[in-house]
Ligand binder design. Sequence first.
Ligand code: ADP
Ligand code: NA
Length: 329
Amino acid sequence: TPLPRVLSGIQPTAGSFHLGNYLGALRQWVALQDSAEAFYCVVDLHAITVQQDPAVLRRNTMVSAAQLLALGVDPERSTLFVQSHVPEHLQLSWVLECLTGFGEASRMTQFKDKSQREGTSGASVGLFTYPVLQAADILVYQADQVPVGEDQRQHLELTRDLATRFNSRYGPTLTLPAAHIPPGAAKILDMQSPDKKMSKSLPPAGCVFLLDEPNVTAKKIRSAVTDTGREIVADAEAKPGVTNLLTIHSALSGRSVAELEEHFAGRGYGDLKKELAEVVTDFVTPVRSRTQELLDDPAELQRILAGGAERAREVAAATVADVYQRTGF
Ligand code: ADP
Ligand code: NA
């Protein structure tokens, strides 16, 4: 039986990914390469739904691609590409937009959340139709599975609805993707506000970026907010900060949380933070240097991404040809 096809994308906007991105998503990208036919893209088209500086966007797209390679995405075993290099995403997106109800798009809660922050009048139409482009990203590869977090469930439902609608109107064409909840995906909390998810949108002191300088990484971990108790035990309700540190340690060291609780028994938060800072810097140091090596050879990086785009386009162009023919073009 053929391997399930998987599509996943990540925005390049922060330049550096953070521990939440890695432990909640990118680590699973790497793991899935052997059990799936994986298509992974840096979604630069999505990035411009909010204003970007062109030079910064271009740079961040390359830095993002280099980090994915440094983290273990293998261009021999998966198709790694940049979204804007595959214009078929946009060709399918237009057809899907014309199948999307205005009311249906208006119900997407992520747009409501984001535009509430900016004010609807300041939000672009691109931000509004973002979930439709996301549907095209998935459907253009006929993906069977999409790794998704809770925040993306509604968008995946829209994707399935649009595929169903296209298929019932024009005949079976598009594969309905299923949500794949990656095993071992961890939710990482902000170091300064452990009631919130670690995010590039929160102040950087709470967000451990993979490309931070080692002393910055260590400082962020040493200054992590913990509760006033002393015991190093996992308790997500009462001790979210300490639990978060244990979760990160466990995910990177491969030692179970129970084992770590025993290891830290009778010791203080300072010991946990000091050791975690070492565990994290040991992990990110080779990732940082490999990323830098890749960025130092832009021709090679471009070559890898061009190869990925070429493979992606073979699949995407076949879908668009079929969709266009059926649509009446
Ligand atoms: P951010 O919240 O920093 O803007 P994104 O929304 O771009 O990050 O998320 C990219 C990917 O990383 C998504 O798959 C998302 O679910 C995952 N992710 C982001 N933050 C975390 C986190 N704190 N814990 C676990 N996974 C996360
Ligand atoms: Na986000």
